[in-house]
Design a protein around this ligand. Structure first.
Ligand SMILES: Cc1cc2nc3c(=O)[nH]c(=O)nc-3n(C[C@H](O)[C@H](O)[C@H](O)COP(=O)(O)OP(=O)(O)OC[C@H]3O[C@@H](n4cnc5c(N)ncnc54)[C@H](O)[C@@H]3O)c2cc1C
Length: 316
């Protein structure tokens, strides 16, 4: 029997979230068929935006689905899943997935793995994720006929666009009277983990910075480049920056267009969290530092000479 892997397409203001291509990539790698589920108000273009990444798009368009509420999106998706029985449904490990996935799991009686870093199909959906405050890595298999998983942003390679999949409109029969929450307002959050995983530019600093005060240089370069600051684990362990900045196997995974590694040696636990970045620039005074094996551009020099000069040049 062919294995159909679905994902829930995240969107806002009629713009598909770029993470949708990553979910499509994760789905393609483990299934025979990749399907995007779009819950939206009628007349939008999200189905057309997601179609090049999938074999099929299932669209439930109903004015009640915009703005998002877990209750109504779950009604729409549960009805579809019961009718078509996908092998798995993937969601982003972002506010949408964290909110919606447990509701879907409860209503479908389905097993759910959260915050997955890797997925494979091995007699069921098997997920890898960090547990116990990211000190251990766990592998789990979902044992129910429909498996649910939320996927960490940046951890999965985006599916390249292909010939657009078929768009199928599905009649909705939503009952808004059963929904127990109402949308009030949406406001943009301050910089945080979500911004690091979505930033085009990440400037990360390591133990080579020396102390918390000098770490300000990392923030300064990030600001000049319009990017976001990240860090290696020792920096976080020493309390120079908050835990949500830690990049690596026990932190977060990032995949920006441009990644700066300042005073970072390139230990494998750090590298797994950033090696898929489009362009990596490393500055390290040790020419033998392993980070240079992953860097597209390397500067073997004292960062306190290079970074201030770079900031001046960029400002000019
Ligand atoms: C289970 C486990 C999980 C882990 N998870 C993570 C994780 O999620 N993320 C993570 O980052 N690490 C993680 N680690 C730790 C990891 O193994 C490394 O110890 C860590 O990444 C090293 O951080 P660093 O590169 O900042 O420091 P160091 O390895 O000490 O490197 C500092 C670098 O700075 C350079 N330097 C010093 N001064 C200057 C200067 N003036 N100019 C230029 N360069 C300079 C040095 O040459 C050196 O290469 C984990 C370890 C374990 C065991």
């Amino acid at each position: 029997m062919s294995r159909s892997i679905w994902f829930v397409a995240e969107h806002q203001d009629d713009q598909l979230h770029r993470g949708a291509a990553e979910l499509a990539g994760a789905a393609r790698a483990i299934g025979d068929e990749t399907v995007a589920v779009v819950c939206a108000a009628p007349g939008g273009t999200v189905p057309q935006q997601v179609a090049p990444f999938v074999d099929r798009v299932l669209v439930v368009d109903d004015p009640a689905l915009d703005p998002y509420t877990a209750g109504l999106w779950a009604q729409a998706i549960v009805a579809l899943a019961k009718a078509q029985e996908p092998a798995a449904i993937l969601l982003p490990h972002a506010p949408l997935g964290r909110d919606l996935a447990p509701v879907l799991a409860a209503r479908l009686g389905a097993g759910l793995m959260t915050d997955c870093l890797e997925l494979e199909w091995n007699e069921g959906l098997v997920g890898t994720r960090s547990v116990l405050r990211r000190k251990l890595v766990a592998r789990e298999r979902v044992a129910t006929p429909i498996a649910l998983a939320t996927c960490q942003r940046g951890a999965f390679a985006a599916a390249p666009p292909q010939e657009a999949g078929a768009i199928e409109a599905v009649a909705s029969s939503l009952d808004a009277s059963t929904v127990r929450t109402r949308f009030v307002a949406m406001e943009r959050a301050e910089v945080g983990e979500e911004n690091i995983t979505e930033a085009d530019v990440v400037v990360a600093g390591g133990r080579g910075l020396g102390d918390a005060e000098k770490f300000g240089l990392v923030q300064e370069l990030a600001d000049v480049l319009g990017g976001v600051m990240g860090a290696s684990r020792p920096v976080v362990d020493q309390g120079w920056v908050a835990h949500d900045r830690q990049i690596g196997s026990s932190g977060i995974t990032v995949r920006p267009k441009l990644y700066f590694a300042l005073g970072i040696s390139g230990a494998v636990q750090h590298v797994v969290g950033m090696r898929e970045s489009d362009v990596i620039v490393a500055i390290n005074k040790d020419p033998q530092a392993p980070i240079f094996e992953y860097a597209h551009y390397g500067i073997a020099e004292d960062l306190f000479k290079v970074v201030p000069a770079l900031i001046e040049a960029l400002k000019a």
